[in-house]
Design a protein. Structure first.
Length: 521
């Protein structure tokens, strides 16, 4: 809207207020007090004409008949109360607030009424009163399919074959978009559907102001000859204006498409919800990356992406709340383990040791590692019995490439529980997290190593040498040599030089027993 300045002649106005008070015995006394104030607008008090969803500033200045020591004021706009900020210096008071203008419910414009509800406190008395009711003319904003009176194009949607970049005409288009002018606390929602669109053009009003939009576009195409996979395009705080923007929508032939689960997680392996994954495909013909799909993660951090595997290069940009969480290098997509999954870990690498949490004084918890049993145990007790869940997360971090593998992710729905994880067969850097109501209370980092890992191939050589020495040491007595070899096998397995399976060890002992019997016969 256009801000207008309205000039007022400052004329003191008198309010006759009746102040009621009771004496110590409960009798009600009253007296009339004169309360004078000045009300004026200086050009920014409020705009007389404005659009819905836009942010509007309201201000009122008061000059009172007494010194004010405390005050408060609310703007009552269209029947809704909005808290204002206030200040008084002596007898001069100021009240102001900024709100997003409510939607027009009928027609193209409405008159919205508002006034101020003020409370003032002097050293001896308190006063509450309402100002005069004022009016603001509010007009509706539009984001519509172009046609008729809507002629200023802002968005053009056209569908293309992702493989060869040829036009797909017609295609099915379905979208729900929210638009607004102000801070986004109030938005106008509009749906668009076209089952046979050659292209979709959207127009806006007013044409001299920029709008913000968010929402989801669904698009697809299929006939008797070919089917393309259904895809989505998302907007988040996207700016539109009277400058036309072309939005290409890329569809991948179902014959060429392989679906992958796309998982976005943080460094604690917790799924990141409402993250936008921009999938960009490389086209060698012009050396450009084009965004062929935008996917949005659900509450668990998962979504679906569609790819032409093994022969095409893709890269990914992951965003949330307007910020970039991750931007990857280009790579070919290859499916290995079903279901095919691409996992993206975002956020800063966890420091060692990891810190940054503060325990609730009502939560008594501990996280420990029993080396003998090979178990990690998380115990928690909520003295208030208000906790609704507990979780033990144990991960292994590779020192070679930084990849993270989940060992255990055990949960409880009780306010007190003991959760355990068997890590007896695990080696390497292991990090465990204790959660209560999904808040980290304890972190434990351990390094589980074996002699075999410490000495590597040299340990294998030493183990074989021990077995050979044990056998040759009793070469003069075959029975004793057989027993010595079995003892050496068991010894090298216990200390970790060589990892023999229990089946191998028992088979070796059984064969040795038969051999000794045969030697004695």
């Amino acid at each position: 809207g256009v801000e207008q300045s309205i000039e007022f002649e400052v004329i003191p106005q008198m309010y006759d207020l009746t102040i009621y008070a009771s004496d110590t015995v409960g009798n009600i006394n009253s007296r009339e007090v004169e309360w004078d104030y000045n009300f004026f607008e200086d050009g920014s008090a409020f705009e007389s004409d404005i659009y819905e969803t836009d942010s509007s500033f309201f201000e009122i200045n008061m000059t009172t008949g007494q010194n004010i020591i405390s005050q408060s004021g609310n703007l009552i706009y269209n029947g809704t109360s909005y808290k204002g900020t206030s200040s008084c210096v002596g007898r001069d008071c100021n009240f102001q607030t900024t709100i997003d203008i409510p939607l027009v419910t009928t027609g193209e414009s409405e008159i919205k009424e508002f006034y101020w509800d003020l409370k003032l406190y002097s050293a001896t008395e308190s006063f509450e009163f309402q100002t005069t009711t004022y009016e603001q003319n509010v007009s509706r904003i539009h984001l519509e399919t172009c046609g008729g009176s809507y002629t200023t194009k802002t968005l053009n949607f056209t569908a293309f074959n992702e493989g060869n970049l040829s036009r797909i005409n017609p295609f099915k288009f379905d979208a729900t978009l929210n638009s607004w002018l102000g801070s986004g606390t109030i938005k106008r929602s509009q749906s668009f559907t076209n089952n046979a669109a050659s292209e979709v053009n959207l127009c806006l009003t007013p044409t001299d102001l920029t709008q913000q939009i968010d929402g989801q576009v669904n698009y697809e195409f299929s006939d008797d000859n070919v089917t393309y996979v259904k895809r989505n395009y998302y907007f988040y705080n996207h700016t539109i204006s009277d400058t036309l923007q072309h939005i290409p929508l890329y569809l991948l032939n179902a014959v060429d498409s392989t679906s992958f689960i796309l998982k976005v997680q943080d460094q604690t392996l917790t799924g990141v919800d409402e993250a936008y994954i921009y999938i960009q495909r490389y086209y060698p013909s012009d050396g450009q990356y084009r965004t062929v799909q935008i996917a949005k993660t659900d509450s668990g951090g998962d979504t679906i992406g569609f790819f032409k595997t093994e022969t095409v290069d893709y890269k990914f940009i992951i965003m949330k709340d307007g910020g970039t969480l991750l931007s990857t290098d280009s790579r070919k997509i290859v499916g290995t383990t079903v279901p095919y999954t691409l996992t993206f870990t975002v956020g800063d690498v966890l420091p060692y040791p990891w810190q940054g949490f503060e325990k609730d004084e009502n939560i008594d918890s501990s996280l420990s590692y029993n080396k003998t049993a090979g178990t990690i145990t998380f115990t928690y007790i909520d003295s208030t019995e208000t906790a609704t869940s507990g979780r033990l997360l144990v991960i292994k971090r590779s020192t070679a490439n930084g990849t993270i593998t989940t060992i255990c992710n055990t949960t409880s729905t009780q306010s007190a529980a003991t959760l355990s994880c068997d890590v007896s067969s695990i080696s390497g850097d292991v990090i465990s997290y204790g959660y209560v109501d999904e808040v980290i209370t304890d972190v434990l980092t351990i390094v589980i190593t074996t002699v075999r890992e410490i000495f590597g191939n040299f340990g294998l050589f030493v183990g074989m040498l021990i077995i050979m020495v044990a056998g040759f040491a009793f070469i003069w007595n075959p029975s004793a040599g057989i027993i010595s070899i079995n003892a050496a096998i068991i010894f090298t397995n216990l200390i970790g030089f060589i990892a023999f399976s229990p089946v191998f060890i028992f088979a070796s002992i059984f064969i040795s027993f038969i051999a000794i019997i045969l030697l004695k016969t």
